[in-house]
Design a protein. Structure first.
Length: 189
């Protein structure tokens, strides 16, 4: 089995995280003036120390890269960082309780695989609320006076199902009650 490339200090392979605001099969934009991008909000439990350690190290590596390449040799006083606290920024959303989150974007479609590394083509199989591992890259930016670190979305590996965050349900779940079609429908009609 091949081991992941660990030579890039700005690249992270997360542990099991929750997918939210999923746009990994088709790009989306926040308004008609913005370019469409593939994106995912990656929800990381605060007790996932391994993933958080990797994320913080990659964020710091991107800051150091920005000092060298974008910010004229010094860290800007105001720096937008991608790791955000769900308890503070989304206190009314229980999906973010006890979690941090990062938003990752890409111009190219990310690869999406299952645990056996088979490509997932069915867009209903990976949804906001399921659990995945993510391959992401942290990088510095300086645009229109704003400086910070952004996160690029590389690939997604679905790990397990979870409650859908966008509402709705699978037809298999809704109709898994043993109904055979005999009698009940005739009573309704």
């Amino acid at each position: 089995m091949a081991t992941p490339n660990t030579n890039n200090p700005c690249k992270v392979i997360t542990g099991k995280c929750r997918l939210s605001y999923e746009h990994i099969f088709e790009p989306s934009s926040i308004d008609e003036n913005s370019p469409k991008k593939y994106s995912a909000c990656i929800v990381i439990r605060k007790d996932d120390e391994v993933t958080l350690r990797k994320v913080k190290a990659a964020q710091e590596a991107a800051i150091q890269e920005g000092i060298k390449s974008k910010w004229k040799g010094k860290r800007p006083a105001k720096l937008k960082l991608p790791l955000r606290d769900g308890d503070e920024e989304r206190p009314d959303d229980e999906a973010f309780a006890g979690c941090y989150f990062i938003n990752a974007n890409a111009n190219r479609k990310p690869g999406v695989v299952d645990l056996a590394l088979n490509p997932i083509m069915d867009r209903d199989e990976v949804y906001s609320g399921c659990y995945c591992r993510f391959s992401v890259n942290f990088y510095p930016f300086s645009t229109s006076g704003n400086n910070g670190v952004a996160v690029g979305l590389n690939n997604v590996q679905k790990v397990s199902d979870g409650d859908r965050l966008a509402g709705g349900s699978k037809a298999e779940d809704d109709f898994n009650d043993g109904f055979s079609g005999d009698g009940e429908l005739d009573d309704i009609m």
